[in-house]
Design a binder for this molecule. Structure first.
Ligand SMILES: Nc1ncnc2c1ncn2[C@@H]1O[C@H](COP(=O)(O)OP(=O)(O)OP(=O)(O)O)[C@@H](O)[C@H]1O
Length: 229
């Protein structure tokens, strides 16, 4: 099986001319099948920019990136859109829609999958909500759920379409210690069961032990890993 994420010499800058500011410099990064990789480092070091490039949420400028077998350098919007549908995204602020209940939020992630009826989508959403322990809360809107429960809905939404990769940006930042650890443990367990790799940006020292590997960024570069021992 090919590695789900392979980056080589990826560079990226915001702005042009005198305002041009390099935020990623020659980044190489690999995520292996089933692997859980945490991306950490100081604020402004380029972590979120890197995650959005990998998630095909912005276009590449320089270097090579292969994500779920899609070559991102030179990829058009159509190819990027197709890739995004195969990735589960989880953000800091859950990004659930306030006017939909939990099951509708999860089912919505299946909207673009051809051949599923509304009933099938809702029943898959229910099964996924049950597996994150929220079967009794599926009819509630996000405003009636705790922060940790909302992030569990976000996990269910990210996983319901059987993604090949999960990209998460600070998913525990808005949570207290106990619910942050709970959400991290749940995400790890669910990803392990399905063998879905995770690349997660986090500042949260309380969840570093969920990782198979921790990658540190500084000033747009990946800091070389120290040899073990
Ligand atoms: N749309 C943008 N336009 C211009 N500069 C930007 C833009 N987005 C980010 N930047 C700058 O790029 C640099 C890297 O930002 P990025 O969000 O990738 O860092 P980060 O490591 O994720 O930081 P944090 O941990 O604070 O989220 C920062 O200096 C930021 O100000």
């Amino acid at each position: 099986m090919a590695d789900p994420v392979v980056l080589e010499e990826v560079s990226y800058a915001f702005g042009e001319g005198e305002l041009r500011r390099a935020v990623l410099r020659d980044v190489a990064l690999r995520v292996m099948p089933g692997e859980i990789v945490l991306l950490t480092g100081p604020s402004g070091s380029g972590k979120t920019t890197l995650l959005t490039l990998i998630g095909a949420l912005r276009a590449m400028q320089a270097g090579r990136a292969r994500v779920l077998e899609t070559e991102l350098a030179g990829a058009g919007e159509g190819q990027r859109r197709a890739l995004r549908r195969r990735i589960g995204f989880i953000f800091q602020n859950h990004n659930l829609l306030g006017f939909l209940n939990a099951r509708q939020n999860v089912a919505m992630a299946l909207e673009l999958q051809a051949g599923l009826t509304e009933r099938e989508r809702l029943s898959r959403a229910d099964a996924m909500l049950a597996s994150v322990g929220l079967e009794d809360h599926r009819h509630k809107p996000p405003s009636q759920l705790s922060g940790g429960q909302r992030q569990r809905v976000a996990i269910a939404r990210a996983l319901v379409g059987d993604p090949g990769l999960i990209l998460a940006d600070e998913p525990t930042a808005a949570l207290d210690k106990a619910s942050g650890q709970e959400v991290a443990a749940l995400l790890r367990r669910m990803a392990r069961q399905r063998q879905v790799p995770i690349l997660m940006v986090t500042h949260d020292p309380r969840i570093l032990d969920m990782a198979d590997r921790i990658v540190t960024m500084e000033d747009g570069r990946v800091v070389p890993a120290l040899p073990a021992g």
